[in-house]
Design a protein around this ligand. Sequence first.
Ligand code: SF4
Length: 696
Amino acid sequence: MTTHCPYCALQCGTRLTDDGAGSTRVAPTDFPVNRGRLCQKGWTAPAVLTTADRLTRPLLRGADGRLAESDWPTALDTVADRLRELRERHGPDSVAVFGGGGLTNEKAYLLGKFARVALGTSQIDYNGRFCMSSAAAAGNAAFGVDRGLPFPVTDLADADAVLLAGANVAETMPPLTQHLERAALVAVDPRRTATARRSALHLQPAPGTDLALSLGLLHVAVAEGLVDQEYVRRRTNGFPAAARRAAAWRPERVEAVTGVPAGAQREAVHLLAAADRAYVLTGRGVEQHSKGTDTAAAYLNLALALGLPGTPGSGYGTLTGQGNGQGGREMGQKSDQLPGYRSLTDPAARAHVARVWGVPPESLPGPGRTAYELLDSLGRPGGPRALLVFGSNPAVSAPHAARVVDRLTALDLLVVADFVPSETARLADVVLPVAQWAEEEGTMTGLEGRVLRRRALRPPPPGVRGDLDVLHGLAIRLGQPAERFPADAREVFEELRDATRGARADYSGISYPRLDAGEALYWPCPADPPTAHDGPAPAATSAGTPRLFLERFHHPDGRARFAEVDHRGPAEPTSERYPLLATTGRVLAHYQSGAQTRRVAELAGAVPEPVVEVHPDTAARAGLVDRGLVRVSSARGGMTARVRLDATMRPDTVFAPFHFAGDARANLFTHPALDPRSGMPEFKVSAVRLDAVPDP
Ligand code: SF4
């Protein structure tokens, strides 16, 4: 049975076989993005299906404060009764929903509908806000639409040069590197990562200075006559204003701010400009900042100045992280959006979606708080008093994690649907055990906008239900008609086709039979002729859109827009007490909060605990030794971890992975300053100090 890896947005193709004794074998397929390869996480993914602490019974917190096994009718009745009671006493916004970028399209869609129709709340957002929101905001502003890669991953194989900014693909998406073997790589990263080591050029800026660096790269392009003037004139607006901002960022000034030598800046731009086929790709490194949208926009400016987006064989893209990071942000679980990227404040969009949902448009709530604002408001006056969490582990993954745990424990009701007792589930009043990837049908949308089928190898274990079934059961108990919340993924997909019809992310021409026949369908894929909501869907004929922008961008005038942006420093400057810059990220063996990968023996064996990377001189000043323990603290709190001395680190920078729990959570020190345009927190730079901790 063919399906896709449960983890990252590359969505490598896999074949699963059941040995008949409950064991699952996985092997890669020739699916284009992975062409017969998997990373360590993909090879070991079946282990999570049978993890020893798999949840198989609903749990209810009793009067003694302990979670105890219950049954589904009791659990769902309890949740529905308490939600109804809170709504009646405190209004619909007293209940909130937190989703995830790993949920299938069907789940993300039904979760958004559940929040806005069954609960009537505006308070829904999801963990993708912590992942893709800056890139999405910048992409929408520049192109009029946000699709991570507006071209197939395999196009990269013909590139002559690729700039990878804040994207350590050699560790986060190893099979993708086979498509980068031909290109000369320019890596932009404060660390000498596995990706930087295989690059022709490594620019190593101080954390929080990426925006100055990208302005400097545009300055070089302008000053040294490397701008594609014909492209800029024919296909874009706003170049003069963007160039004026960059004019102040001479390479020597950029060097003083970022630490990147002026010569290396020039070399990078010349390398890109001289290439016949070139790409600029960004990742979380440049996006997870309180100025993440402006930083992504500045890299977009560079790509536009060089004439890359929408040019065959070249382009700009952002490497979405979570498994359904692309589809998850299109289907209506964002605080400000309806399915298909439709805006919650657009009357025509509200009318269309309300008609599909069978409710009056005026009954739909408006936009709510973004993810961190939502988490920080829990249990406060005017904030939600109940939270339903699906597919997320914010107790580990949210910034300023100690405060988030405080807020989660201040709630009247915390409900968590998960398949393992995650750190967030352990705080819950009600835990609902749900199915996993190899036990469910659905669709995911990979980082290139291709819609993929997830297939069930076997049913979930006894006692476990699908998330759609949980939403169906809750909706009925909250007085909704059963048919409005189908528990069957195909039925939900048929409805979301209609809800996205005519939208920027149009899925109306995509169907399970077409996907099952092996068609490669990239959105927008409109049905032709358009489907009618209340009639049978005619045969769809669109082949979808593997490559966007070849003729026009999605703004009404068909032109891309430069952004007028300028540098500003991190939200939290270093100080005498906190003199170092800490940045966070992923390691090969683990994924996101680690709730899944820490349970896989091979992965936990490879990286059992966090290791903080420190320059030897910095370590010596703090009295640290290799493999010794260190406390990394900011003004908000700190984590304890092992030290690895690494002479390739900047002496002003330390790195910590964010996959671990308890006192090893990197997010205990991260800063919740938010990007005003996207709501993205400042994960990638915090002012910290290092203190040696005696080994027990
Ligand atoms: Fe899975 Fe991503 Fe690894 Fe591919 S690269 S096997 S999708 S975790």
